[in-house]
Design a protein around this ligand. Structure first.
Ligand code: UD1
Ligand code: MG
Length: 457
């Protein structure tokens, strides 16, 4: 493992994003682009802190990323990529090379960077380059007798140079002690009036250093984001990569183009996922789990062979083995369901445990409750947990049944094996094994006549 400094350039404005949010904070898979680049940099185990050059958007960027392994260099004003790296120099270890990455090039892979570091070693300059059918907009790699001589920016390039298809991705590695000499010597007499980092290539060659080049395995690794459309394009590529990796692990995806993973999705064997599922945070799907179409799962654990049916929403919750949830169910934070639990359409469970084999199949709200085994929560049952000021717990013991449209006013305990009649509102404890009904009896009025409509004259 080579020792290196890492510098991430993230000071640019990103005008074309048309957003108040600094460009590098726009998300790919739910995380700021810069966080992806930091994650990749960490895989390389840099010697010191990862140095991030920020500027546009002020303190917003360092404010949200406060990890102790990050160091921040403010660049104000932004006078070019060479000037940007210059701001980071005082924080770097002169004894090891510096790798320059970009906060808006989020999909670069650690393996590719390892190859670049290996090719450059401690004494050479290493450039990550790529051949593009349409190189316009990029700096071109000018070679002489096959060796890199310099980089010319498109705006400064001659017609012949513009026809070069090997371009500078921007990512490079250079000896840090050499940068200490080169960067302060950069000029800005060029078409953009900027201090170009790319001018160090000619300086290196003039000093007799070798310049090595490495190419990424795919162009998307080095694609930058300047607009919402490019952001969306990289999001799709990233999701496709995640989908491919899941399928290689054995996960069955109904359509790899219609899954979104924004975090970590951990799957057992024989998991299948239907279309348009969204996974956020850390989601664990045990062996044999089936996820129906259009589900959203955030920070949750789904037990073996459980089935999550269409349009179900689960957040900060646990589902036990062999359970069936949905369609159209909602498990909110703190819902913990045991084995073989059935939760059906338009049922909401919040901060409640529901033990093995219990069911709530239709139109119910269960909040702040402890539900035993084999309980049947009837259609339309509401656990009234909130008195307008405070929340209270409800206990429903094993084998209890609540009738349709019953309201359980917390705090109460429904005893083991109790049955509550349909339409009951109960606000004190319900004794075990008995039928409790709390509703007015139906009466029938004899001789009553249904009104008839008066005729108008
Ligand atoms: C740069 C390269 C070009 C390469 C291209 C790849 C230079 C002079 N040119 O051009 O050879 O083909 O990237 O995309 O390096 N930044 C700062 N501070 C600054 C200027 C830029 O932090 O003062 C950051 C930006 O936020 C951005 C990156 O550096 O992430 C590149 O800047 P940009 O202006 O987009 O460079 P290009 O002109 O595209
Ligand atoms: Mg520029």
């Amino acid at each position: 493992m080579s020792s290196i400094n890492v510098v991430i350039l993230a000071a640019g404005q990103g005008k074309r994003m048309r957003s108040a949010l600094p460009k590098v904070l726009h998300p790919i898979a739910g995380e700021p682009m810069l966080v992806h680049v930091i994650g990749t940099a960490r895989e390389l185990h840099p010697t010191g802190k990862i140095c991030i050059v920020y500027g546009h958007g002020g303190e917003q960027v360092p404010a949200i990323l406060t990890s102790p392994d990050l160091a921040w260099a403010r660049q104000e004003p932004q006078l070019g990529t060479g000037h940007a790296v210059l701001q980071a120099l005082p924080m770097l270890d002169p004894a090891v090379p510096a790798l320059v990455l970009y906060g808006d090039v989020p999909l670069i892979r650690a393996e590719t960077l390892q190859q670049l570091l290996l090719a450059a070693g401690n004494a050479s300059l290493g450039l990550l380059t790529v051949d593009l059918p349409d190189p316009s907009g990029y700096g071109r790699i000018v070679r002489e007798r096959g060796r890199v001589r310099r980089i010319v920016e498109e705006k400064d390039a001659s017609g012949a140079e513009r026809s070069i298809r090997e371009v500078n991705t921007g990512i490079l590695v250079a000896p840090t002690h050499a940068l200490l000499r080169w960067l302060p010597a950069l000029g800005n007499r060029n078409a953009q009036g900027e201090y170009y980092l790319t001018d160090i290539v000619a300086m290196a060659v003039d000093e007799g250093l070798t310049v090595e080049t490495v190419q990424p395995s795919a162009v998307w690794e080095v694609q930058g984001v300047n607009s919402k459309s490019q952001l969306a394009a990289l999001e799709r590529i990233h999701q496709e990569n995640i989908a491919q990796a899941l399928m290689e692990e054995g996960v069955a995806l109904a359509d790899p183009a219609r899954i979104d993973v924004r975090g970590q999705l951990i799957c057992g064997t024989d998991v299948s996922i239907d279309v348009n599922a969204v996974f956020e945070g850390i989601v664990e799907l045990a062996d044999g789990v089936r996820i129906g179409p259009h589900c959203v799962l955030r920070n949750c654990r789904i037990g073996p062979n459980a089935r999550i049916e269409a349009f179900t929403h689960i957040e900060d919750a646990q589902v036990g083995a062999e359970s069936i949830i949905g369609p159209y169910a909602r498990l909110r934070p703190g819902a913990r369901l045991g084995r073989e639990v059935h939760i059906g359409n338009f049922v909401e469970i919040k901060n409640s445990t529901v033990a093995d084999q219990s069911k709530a199949n239709h139109l119910a709200y269960v909040g702040d409750a402890t539900v035993g085994c084999r309980v049947n929560i009837g259609a339309g049952t509401i656990v009234a947990n909130f008195d307008g000021a405070n929340k209270h717990r409800t206990i429903i013991e094993d084998d209890a049944h609540t009738g349709s449209n019953s309201v359980l006013v917390a705090p109460i305990t429904v005893g083991r094996g109790a049955t509550i009649g349909a339409g009951s509102t109960v606000s004190k404890d319900v004794p075990p094994e008995k039928l409790t009904v709390a509703r007015t009896r139906a009466i029938t009025i004899g001789g009553w006549k249904r009104p008839v409509k008066h005729k108008r004259d």
